[in-house]
Design a protein around this ligand. Structure first.
Ligand code: PBG
Ligand code: ZN
Length: 330
C-alpha cells in the first residue's frame, strides 16, 4: 500500500510542467554513451548509400573521416567499425579479415591519427569475408567449425589491436571465442585492449538491413546453429555469464528493444558494463513507421533510447548516434 493515497497524494503535480519533469526524470543517455556502427570499404571518395538503412553509407576511409568530424565535435562515445569486403577478396577461410592493409585496419589507423580521443571499437567476425557468408570456416558437413573459427577470430582481433583499436568486439557467437581472443591479445602484448563480447546475440529477424549493408547474407542455411535462441532466456543469460568468466570487459545484448527483459535480468547478475545494440531492423522500422505517419521519428528515437538505458544498458550502439544533435539535444 502507498503511504498516502488520493486526495492527499496526486501524482500529476510531479509532472505537470516541463521544468518539474526535468527535475524528476532521469536524463536522456548523452552522446558520450552512444556508439555509431559504421561500414568501411575499399576505394577513395566513396560514400555509397545503403538502401535498407536510409541515412547510412558504405564509406571509403577518406569520406568516413569527413563524416566523423561533426559527430566527434558533438562528443559521441565511440565508433564500431564493420568491414565490407570486395567480392574478389572473399574466400573459404575469410583471410581478408586479418589482412593488415584491409579497409577496417586502415580505418582504425586513420581514425586514431585524425581523432586520437575517439574510442574505436572493431567488430570481429568472418561473415563479411567468407564466400559462404557464415561467421567461421565450414566443416565438411556444412556446420561452422567452432574451434577453427576461434583461432581465425583471434588473428582478426590481433590485427585490429595492432592497428590501434581500443576495443575488439567478437560477434561470431562461437564457444570459447572470448577466452581465445583474450589469450591471443595477452600473448601479443595488447594488455590494454578492451574486449566487448556480443555475449547474448540472438538469432534475430531484425538483422536484414545489416546483411544488405555488409553484403554478408549466408549463402545457405541461417545462423540459428550458433546465435542464441530467443526462446531460451536462461541459456542466453548463462552465455553472457560465461563470457564474463572468459575475460570479457563489456557484455552486450542484441537486439535491444525486443530484449529489454534480458538487459534488465543481466543487469542484476553482472557488474560489468552492458552494451545494448539497437540493430539495423530496429532503426529501419522506426524510419518506416515515421514515414507511414505512425509516430514522430524524433519522439520514437528518444523514447526507445531512454527505454534501453532504463532497462540497464550503460552503452547504446545505435545508427542514430551521428545524428544525435539533430534528434536528441532537447
Ligand atoms: C555479423 C553481425 C551481424 C550484425 C552485427 N554483426 C549480422 C548477423 O549476425 O547476421 C547485425 C547488426 C545489425 O543488424 O545492425 N556477425
Ligand atoms: Zn558474423
Amino acid at each position: 500500500m502507498p503511504k498516502s493515497i488520493f486526495p492527499d497524494m496526486r501524482m500529476r503535480r510531479m509532472r505537470v510542467t516541463a521544468s518539474r519533469r526535468r527535475l524528476f526524470d532521469d536524463p536522456m543517455p548523452g552522446p558520450g554513451k552512444c556508439i555509431w556502427p559504421v561500414f568501411v570499404r575499399s576505394g577513395r571518395n566513396i560514400r555509397e548509400p545503403i538502401d535498407a538503412l536510409p541515412g547510412q553509407f558504405r564509406y571509403s576511409v577518406d569520406t568516413l573521416l569527413k563524416d566523423l568530424e561533426q559527430p566527434v565535435r558533438d562528443g559521441i562515445g565511440a565508433v564500431l567499425l564493420f568491414g565490407v569486403a570486395d567480392v574478389s577478396r572473399k574466400s573459404g577461410a575469410g583471410s581478408e579479415a586479418w589482412r593488415d592493409g584491409a579497409p577496417v585496419q586502415r580505418a582504425i589507423k586513420a581514425i586514431k591519427t585524425t581523432y586520437p580521443d575517439l574510442v574505436v571499437f572493431s567488430d570481429v567476425c568472418l561473415c563479411a569475408y567468407t564466400r559462404h557468408g557464415h561467421c567461421g570456416p565450414l566443416r565438411r558437413d556444412g556446420q561452422v567449425d567452432n574451434d577453427a573459427a576461434c583461432d581465425a577470430l583471434a588473428k582478426v582481433a590481433v590485427s585490429h589491436a595492432a592497428a590501434g583499436a581500443d576495443v575488439v568486439a567478437p560477434s561470431a557467437m562461437m564457444d570459447g571465442q572470448v577466452l581465445t581472443l583474450r589469450r591471443a591479445l595477452e600473448a601479443e602484448g595488447f594488455q590494454d585492449v578492451l574486449l566487448m563480447s556480443y555475449s547474448t546475440k540472438f538469432a534475430s529477424s531484425l538483422y536484414g538491413p545489416f546483411r544488405d549493408a555488409g553484403q554478408s547474407v549466408p549463402e545457405h542455411g541461417d545462423r540459428r546453429g550458433y546465435q542464441a535462441s530467443y526462446g531460451d532466456i536462461r541459456g542466453a543469460l548463462r552465455e553472457s555469464e560465461m563470457d564474463e568468466a572468459e575475460g570479457a570487459d563489456i557484455l552486450m545484448v542484441k537486439p535491444a528493444l525486443w530484449y529489454l527483459d534480458v538487459i534488465a535480468r543481466l543487469r542484476e547478475r553482472t557488474d560489468l558494463p552492458i552494451a545494448a545494440y539497437q540493430v539495423s531492423g530496429e532503426y529501419s522500422m522506426q524510419i518506416a513507421a515515421a514515414e507511414r505517419g505512425i509516430g514522430d521519428l524524433h519522439d520514437m528515437i528518444r523514447e526507445s533510447l531512454t527505454a534501453i538505458r532504463r532497462a540497464g544498458a550503460d552503452l547504446i550502439i545505435s545508427y542514430w548516434t551521428p545524428r544525435y544533435r539533430e534528434f536528441m539535444i532537447v
